[in-house]
Design a protein around this ligand. Structure first.
Ligand SMILES: *Cc1c(COP(=O)(O)O)cnc(C)c1O
Length: 360
């Protein structure tokens, strides 16, 4: 077996111990005589998986009992639609902090079903920075404020979140959830597609605080109402059982390596090593975002020409370093270093970067 160093932006790397555990339990889930994919979502085995996954999230995040944890299909993108449908009252609006492509799409969807106001945007400089936390133009009547914690494509990340003056704060944390300790309890709602930092594609995890959930609009189509999923503990219809099970294995791995504090420490070391390599390259590698806004999760970088970037990518691939191509909308290189990417992987990558620079 020759597993590569995987820097894919999503779906992305999973920890080897979680994959191995999945492999060991694939044909027979312990004691069940069949696999987790082949049993009822209402079986006692799966109900236990669901409860264990929720309990692991609560423990790792320090999340209070005021939140329900839901598992839905449709990707993070469906939340772009469900959030305004559920939480903008008739004739009302919500505020959006537009710091990247995903944030822009979230705002666009809000405007298809209600009204999404842009409270701040960094589009003027290609999303290469974050607006100052005190520079948001907030509407006192907004139903909520929506932001994207990590800008997956352009590579910025909020290190502290803006004060929204008591408004419900809703965050898309798809690409950085659980990358470090955060006061998760200050959010009215957090959502994350699993395929970057939590597990495989196919499930979106939602942390929904009861006081906010209680304000939801009534008379929505059944599947599009959070109330349906909240009342039924995500079992109104068949949830993505296998993806939820994989998240459980991922969270158990995080617990085993020392919880969120340990994950944070490794992520910080990874980011520092990578950015140091860029900064000490004398301009051979160029980061594309303002340095105080740099993401720990996605680092876009450019070389002096597209031709050199193509050479870089193919030389990296030969060394078993894959998934480094920048997003099609920005080009260049993007290093995605989510929770399951090891410090060793970044060491191997930065050694490669130094050697490539020497020989070019
Ligand atoms: C990838 C991503 C999405 C889209 O997720 P899907 O599950 O593909 O819909 C949304 N927001 C952010 C921040 C992302 O990184």
């Amino acid at each position: 077996m020759a597993r590569v160093y995987n820097f894919n932006p999503g779906p992305a790397a999973l920890p080897l111990p979680a994959l191995q555990r999945c492999q060991a339990e694939l044909l027979e889930y312990p004691g069940a005589g069949l696999s987790i994919m082949e049993m009822s979502h209402r079986s006692k085995e799966f109900e236990q998986v669901l409860a264990d996954t929720q309990a692991l999230f609560r423990k790792l995040m320090g999340l209070s009992d005021a939140y329900k944890i839901l598992f839905l299909g449709g990707g993070a993108s469906l939340q772009f639609t469900m959030i305004p449908m559920n939480f903008i009252p008739a004739g009302g609006s919500a505020d959006y902090v537009v710091t990247g492509e995903w944030a822009r799409r979230a705002c666009k969807e809000a405007n298809l079903v209600a009204k999404g106001r842009v409270a701040a945007s960094s589009e003027d400089k290609q999303f290469s920075y974050l607006p100052a936390a005190d520079a948001l133009d907030l509407d006192p009547a907004a139903a909520y404020v929506h932001l994207t914690s990590n800008n997956t494509i352009f590579g910025t990340q909020w290190s502290t979140f803006p004060d929204v003056h008591g408004k419900p704060l809703v965050a898309d944390m798809s690409s950085d959830i659980l990358c470090r300790r955060t006061d998760f309890n200050r959010f009215s709602m957090i959502y994350a597609g699993a395929q970057k930092n939590l597990g495989p594609a196919g499930v979106t995890v939602i942390f929904l605080r009861d006081d906010f959930a209680d304000t939801a609009n009534k008379n929505l189509p059944t599947l599009l109402a959070y109330e349906t999923h909240r009342k039924n503990n995500s079992l109104y219809n068949t949830p993505p059982v296998f993806a939820i099970y994989m998240i459980k294995l991922m969270l158990e791995w995080m617990e085993n390596v020392g919880g969120l504090a340990a994950v944070e420490k490794t992520n910080q070391q990874k980011a520092e090593l990578l950015y140091k390599t860029i900064d000490e390259s004398g301009g051979f590698y160029r980061g594309t975002v303002r340095s105080d806004c740099r993401s720990w999760m996605n680092a876009p970088l450019r070389l002096s020409s597209e031709e050199l970037e193509t050479k870089f990518l193919s030389a990296a691939k030969k060394e078993g370093l894959v998934g480094l191509k920048g997003h099609r909308s920005v080009g260049g290189i993007r290093v995605s270093m989510y929770n399951a990417v090891s410090l060793e992987a970044i060491q191997v990558l930065t050694d490669f970067m130094k050697a490539f620079q020497k020989s070019h």
